[in-house]
Design a protein around this ligand. Structure first.
Ligand code: ADP
Ligand code: MG
Length: 174
């Protein structure tokens, strides 16, 4: 469960199908994650699909398009936790990390209660702040996925609460 770094929490889940991905996204949304969330996995692994369910779980009812060409799609959600800015980025086509500076990307991180979701953070490792959350998705068939969730948090108390909540909610997927 815990990694060598006692300040991080890791959970591995086996998702049978997209409905399981939705359950996972809903469980995570219920924790109101803030800061940044990196999504990794091959093309078609389900990074955008996860984000779509996550945004819906937080009350978004419009379309969620992949930010492949726009780099970032912004959302401002009215959640049970208050107003929540969520930025969904896909850096796959990023040419130069300086583009991020031009579009004011780094200001997103300073907004209260904001979450910046990043697909293909590997394209800008040198300039991005370290993630608070990481989800690594491994495709294991048409619909099956293995998912590793990592939460980096300096606060041991909140990590414990989070561990308990998630392991209870997602017990069937572990
Ligand atoms: P990525 O953003 O990682 O490139 P997408 O989310 O765009 O991937 O595409 C994932 C595709 O896989 C979608 O067509 C989705 O319907 C399909 N899919 C099948 N099973 C799952 C699953 N368990 N979780 C997520 N997506 C799934
Ligand atoms: Mg995608």
């Amino acid at each position: 469960m815990n990694t060598a770094n006692s300040q991080a929490f890791q959970l591995t889940l086996r998702l049978k199908n997209e409905a399981d991905t939705q359950r996972f996204a809903e469980a995570l949304a219920a924790l109101n994650p803030a800061g940044s969330l990196w999504l990794s996995g091959d093309l078609g692994a389900g990074k955008t699909t996860f984000t779509r369910y996550f945004l819906r779980a937080l009350g978004h009812d419009g379309a969620v398009k992949s930010p492949t060409y726009t780099l970032v799609e912004p959302y401002r959600l009215a959640t049970p936790f208050g107003e929540k800015p969520v930025y969904h980025a896909d850096l796959y086509r990023l040419q130069d990390p300086e583009e991020l500076e031009f579009i004011g990307f780094f200001e997103y991180f300073d907004e209260p209660n904001a979450l910046v979701i990043i697909e293909w953070a590997s394209r800008a490792l040198d300039v991005l702040p370290k993630p608070d959350w990481q989800i690594d998705i491994l495709k294991q068939g048409d619909e099956a996925r293995s998912v590793m969730l990592t939460c980096h948090d300096g606060n041991q108390q909140s990590l414990q609460t989070l561990t308990q909540t998630l392991t209870q909610t997602l017990a069937e997927l572990m």
